[in-house]
Design a protein around this ligand. Sequence first.
Ligand code: GLN
Length: 490
Amino acid sequence: MSEITDLSLNELRAALDNREVNPVEVAKAYIHRIQESDERVKAFITVTEDIALEQAAKAERMIEEGNSGPLTGIPIGIKDVICTKGVPTTCSSRMLEGFKPPYDATVMEKLNGQGAVMVGKLNMDEFAMGSSTENSAFFPTHNPWDLDRVPGGSSGGSAAAVAARECVVSLGSDTGGSIRQPAAFCGVVGLKPTYGRVSRYGLVAFASSLDQIGPFARNIKDCALTFQAISGHDHRDSTSAPMPEEDFVSACTPKIEGLTVGVPAEYFVEGMSNEVEETVRQAINRFRDAGATIKEISLPHSRHALAAYYIIATAEASSNLSRYDGVKYGFRAEEYSNLMEMYRATRSQGFGPEVKRRIMLGTYCLSAGYYDAFYKKASSVRALIIQDFKNAFDECDIIAAPVTPTTAFRIGEKAQDPIQMYLSDIFTIPVNLAGVPGISMPCGFDSKGLPIGIQLIAKHFQEKILFQAAHTLETVLDLQIKWPELKTKS
Ligand code: GLN
């Protein structure tokens, strides 16, 4: 058998069920791998070795009793924005340093119930605001394909940890692209499910009308297995959709005849990398070879999506982040002489610059006299974008597009220029505004050897079609991705 950490979820499942390995050995192999490589990658904020070994022992019992499910004994990493009972959950912010949630998020309850093994909490941009993981208050994460480059963000730790084989799969959150963009930069698969598919109970809120939890994995089937494990209705999240259970894993069959793939003209823009454009177009052609019909479509309001997003998301964030006042959670400033000063000092010291920028922007957009000009207008643009997708899906079953305009950029390259940073989500944001599901999967490499992703988008609650199309493409592309070497490229 090859090395434990080289196995995909599906392969590891078989090895566990056939008793070729046991969950404790698997957990130890991953902890060892983290110790060996995370000094370079810096994906983990907290490594939960003791919990992993305890959960692995429980998984072992479950397997012995014939009670195992798809994730029993599988090492998983969790973005540090998801509440884990008794385990620090920082959102990569000083504001939540030392905060240990008294409860588990619903996704954690589901994973624990199935005997999954949590190996640790993963780095991110502070409060999920960013596209490079450089906004972490603690340290930046490095891209395993080139340690001088960013892994993307905000779920950069989740993407890098999977790419570096420090966990089998991981969870992230996606408000404007934070699963799909880092998945593309790190050469792994990432799914932003339909809004309402996965419970956000216990997800620290950024922009509540956009946030979704989703999985990162090494291949499409592993992604479907993890999505299956975390999705489903939850009465504790009022936005969670009461959908019947579906079998997403069996949707992973290479079958595409009769499917129409829409290609939006607006997603191939001037200024994007030629290599990304060419590689994505070639992948789309492979869909044609596999029997799909390719059709040019239009999402005409896409160019307003970024502006609308930075009003809606910041407005919601300004409201959601008002709860960090030094009283309820985490950090409190040391010096103050009255309550107002305590609030001011706590929030000035506890939040980093990007979070402050967004709170100010959002508060401004919501303030009397500006609400109609900004927030209301942005909501109207959002309605047009939703309609764009509805119209497009009258003409096609799925949409295929790039994930990002470029491959991973260098650490520091965009850190001082928020607009440049915001532009890296230009192709992912419309999907969040519309609430539809989107998946990012590897489709090739650029001349520097950096991964390129392709994004597939489906109608609300059509994840099955998404998995089917993605699995077909994965099969025909047959990329045979080698593991990144965790080195610096010149
Ligand atoms: N990069 C985008 C932002 O900074 C998206 C973040 C996210 O999806 N959480 O807001």
